[in-house]
Design a protein around this ligand. Structure first.
Ligand SMILES: NC(=O)c1ccc[n+]([C@@H]2O[C@H](COP(=O)([O-])OP(=O)(O)OC[C@H]3O[C@@H](n4cnc5c(N)ncnc54)[C@H](O)[C@@H]3O)[C@@H](O)[C@H]2O)c1
Length: 270
């Protein structure tokens, strides 16, 4: 357990929010959950309570305000849409106790993009998780005014839930490893959308080259193609470079409801 953090709130309990809750629940932390999908949240929180072996409570809430009011650390994991994250950070900042740390799990936006909507500019962090069970690591990055104390507390909490922190020294899009993954993803999408090779060939090459069990397209299907599309759009909006624009073929898949494993079809059929 981290000495300074006892209560953790998770706002947005989808694919990643659930994993963050699962990992946090393995320790003594009290967890407050909020998601607009009330039915799914209720189901998940009942299951998690059954699995939790430590003493901290798990509660689901009907409003963000209620979910964050006594928290020491609040993790936001709503969809990768900047305006939505800004709206939510503003509500959290108004409702949370003054010492609470606010962290975003955003895959691409630096937390400095949320600074102007909050008062507590020294208590903001990017804590960007990967798949918490398969890849137990998290990028930790400061905003422009984040204090050393906030950074240290965030890092200790990450370590306390048995995740390896990856320290970002200077603010950048993509943090540490996501930036590397983004370069791979972008080129893979170009090869596929440009008709240079089938995606199965790219995945096969990746598996042989790295010895990993899955290739980039299989991994994107796992993550969700809507999530991938939003992340790619965020990189594109940040750079303004045409070469960063995700291919139309990816948007077509998303628009047609082919979102990857979660919808039964994406690059592959499940
Ligand atoms: N999927 C990944 O592998 C991955 C990895 C690292 C980071 N992330 C980041 O985590 C965040 C969430 O991604 P995800 O994959 O879990 O997405 P997701 O779509 O699975 O989950 C998002 C959740 O937010 C909820 N939500 C939507 N609007 C809300 C609101 N106004 N208030 C509260 N909840 C709301 C949705 O109901 C959903 O449960 C994104 O910023 C994404 O970039 C995702």
């Amino acid at each position: 357990m981290s000495e300074d953090i006892n209560i953790v709130s998770i706002i947005g309990v989808g694919y990643l929010g659930k994993q963050i809750a699962e990992k946090t629940a393995m320790k003594e932390y009290t967890i407050h959950l909020y998601d607009t999908n009330v039915e799914d949240l209720e189901k998940f929180s009942i299951e998690l309570k059954k699995r939790k072996k430590t003493s901290g409570e798990i509660t689901s809430h009907e409003s963000i305000k209620d979910a964050v009011k006594d928290a020491d650390l609040i993790i936001e994991a709503v969809p990768e849409i900047l305006e939505l994250k800004r709206e939510i950070f503003k509500i959290i900042d108004e409702a949370a106790q003054p010492n609470a740390i606010l962290a975003t799990n955003s895959s691409s936006f630096p937390v400095s993009k949320l600074e102007d909507v909050v008062e507590r500019k020294n208590k903001l962090l990017n804590i960007h998780f990967y798949d918490l069970f398969a890849m137990p690591m998290a990028d930790i990055m400061r905003g422009t005014k984040t204090s050393d104390e906030t950074f240290e507390k965030g890092k200790k909490w990450v370590e306390s839930i048995e995740i390896t922190p990856l320290i970002v020294k200077k603010e950048c899009y993509g943090f540490v490893f996501n930036r590397v993954w983004r370069a791979i993803k972008k080129e893979c999408l170009k090869i596929w959308a440009g008709g240079y090779a089938d995606l199965e060939e790219v995945d096969k090459a990746w598996r042989i080259f790295t010895g990993m069990g899955i290739g980039p397209f299989q991994f994107m299907d796992q993550i969700g193609l809507d999530v991938i599309y939003h992340i790619e759009m965020s990189y594109y909006k940040n750079s303004g470079l045409e070469e960063d624009k995700p291919p139309q073929a990816l948007k077509d898949l998303v628009d047609n409801g082919n979102l990857g494993q979660k919808s039964g079809k994406g690059f592959y059929t499940y």
